[in-house]
Design a protein around this ligand. Structure first.
Ligand code: ADP
Ligand code: ADP
Length: 221
């Protein structure tokens, strides 16, 4: 059974003539590692946001298991997103005033829960951030900040992890490290992962590649 099913997704932004997404349907199996490629402005981020419950489509549906995301109201959708969707962005989107540990545990804290100290420490070690636990994002390199963002995306063990150009701001060594961590989550925890990328080397590491051109989705590179 598919974990994520998008059906006839259309997204038209106000004031735009052309639809950013033009009737996109897609099915993702649990544990898949998928790359989404395509020219700038073709609709990749729009698709990722709709799959993650971040935005609302003009028409069409997104189902995560048996939940129809856009039948939920804003409050329900926010809760759902926090528990079931891990988001990773090109520019990390960390909260500058919170420490590494606080940024990582934020999605859990917002749910009124606490991350057990052993689990946090194990995750920090896995991310290579044990020594940076109490540092602020501004004291970290780009590669380190993105590893914090990965920790934050994984902390609630969400059903899906969505990454929008996660290596777009990093050099090759740091990009490889980020991909290694995403693959580890995929292999060890069976995490379902979708990555938008411009980098052919990143796309080549995915099991499945989808291409978007002018808002239309095709299978393959
Ligand atoms: P990609 O991620 O492939 O670069 P996007 O999904 O960001 O593409 O954008 C697809 C199209 O939708 C582009 O033409 C872009 O200009 C437009 N677009 C994206 N976000 C908005 C927005 N908030 N308002 C209006 N147009 C937007
Ligand atoms: P990485 O291993 O992520 O590539 P670098 O080699 O760039 O890290 O940086 C080495 C050390 O320098 C890191 O431990 C980090 O704490 C520090 N550092 C790197 N960039 C910055 C920055 N922009 N501001 C503060 N400290 C930084």
């Amino acid at each position: 059974m598919a974990i994520l099913t998008a059906t006839n997704l259309v997204k038209k932004y106000p004031g735009e003539d052309q639809a950013a997404l033009d009737n996109v349907s897609l099915s993702i199996e649990p544990g898949e590692f998928t790359a989404v490629v395509g020219p700038s402005g073709s609709g990749k981020s729009t698709l990722l946001h709709l799959l993650g419950g971040v935005d609302r489509p003009t028409s069409g549906t997104v189902q995560l298991y048996d939940t129809d995301l856009y039948q939920l109201n804003e409050t329900q959708l926010a809760i759902f997103r926090r528990r079931q969707v891990g988001l990773i962005y090109q520019f990390y989107n960390l909260i500058p005033s919170l420490t590494v540990a606080e940024n990582i545990t934020l999605p859990t804290e917002l749910d009124g829960k606490t991350v057990p100290e052993e689990r946090l420490n194990a995750l920090l070690i896995q991310l290579g951030l044990a020594a940076k636990k109490d540092s602020l994002p501004g004291q970290l390199s780009g590669g380190q900040q993105q590893r914090v963002a990965i920790g934050r995306a994984l902390i609630n063990q969400p059903a899906i992890v969505l990454a929008d150009e996660p290596t777009g701001n990093l050099d090759q060594r740091n990009s490889q490290e980020i991909m290694r961590l995403l693959h580890a989550a995929n292999v060890q925890q069976g995490q379902t992962i979708i990555v938008i990328t411009h980098d052919p080397q990143v796309a080549a590491q995915a099991k499945r590649v989808l291409t978007i051109t002018d808002g239309r989705l095709t299978e393959g590179a």
